[in-house]
Design a protein around this ligand. Sequence first.
Ligand code: UDP
Ligand code: MG
Length: 312
Amino acid sequence: MMHLTIVCPCFNEQEVLEQSAQQLTAVLDDLVAKEKISPDSGVLFVNDGSRDRTWEIICSLHARDARFRGVNLAHNVGHQYAILAGMMTAKEWSDAVITMDADLQDDTRCIEQMVDAYAEGNDVVYGVKVSRTADPFMKRLTAQMFYKLQKSMGVDAVYNHADFRLLSLRALEALESFKESNLYLRGMIPMIGFNSTTVDDVISERQAGESKYTLGKMLNLAFDGITSFSIKPLLAVITIGIVFVLISIGILVYVIWSLCAHTAVAGWASLMLSVWFVGGVILIAVGIVGVYVGKAYTETKSRPRYIIQDIL
Ligand code: UDP
Ligand code: MG
């Protein structure tokens, strides 16, 4: 039977932790009773440098029930890194890991569906938000805009999927071979490949406490989500440069025409021409330098060049 670990990142979650732990116990007990997971399956809470009583609560949960375990990070590193720390720790004793926010806004019924999908041979199971009515309007709007922008930039990520997902041991090992330090898991995991499927996730409201994702943290994540996976912004610079040069050619045509028609204003032509032409050339040059910087950036990430699924 498979050993499941549910990894929950926690940043100042003292209000919600007890409640979440209770709910997760019920889920674990149910799955053990149905013989879908081994009885020693558990939850790993990652304390992401909380400044409240979060870690004490995790310790007392562990004392009460050894299925609750904890990782205490030395300082606040952020959601993505906390998840990675939890997954890499749990990998040592688990067959599969589910990452889930500590506030349990995601549908806990999905856990069983993910376990079933794993049993059917999927290495990656994505929780996809089918209804976000519980999310505040602005959050929904900005998230949707972001997913669209990301798609237009050519980033291969699952639409409406946040970081609620199951990964098999094999997928975790593949993920470990990505050495990059700007983490954006939603972009990295599709790169692993392997069999994957989705389950429908109905979002509910936060049961207690407030959102720990400040606007700054969200913008940071969005920025990483695009700049770590796409060089299209660089190519845009080159395109703008080319447009500028084309405009300067247009101005040249106009200048020649006005010279012939004797309507030219002295000094105007040379100024306008050089402004657009030089501007365009500089932009193209910057863009080309950018492409090389982009390549150097890709190299320094030293991502795995292939991931083997099976060997016979
Ligand atoms: N979180 C974290 N480190 C941070 C910010 C958030 O580990 O710096 C955790 C937080 O405890 C929660 C999850 O990330 O378990 C998602 O945060 P939250 O629920 O506040 O975000 P929202 O659901 O509002 O997007
Ligand atoms: Mg939340």
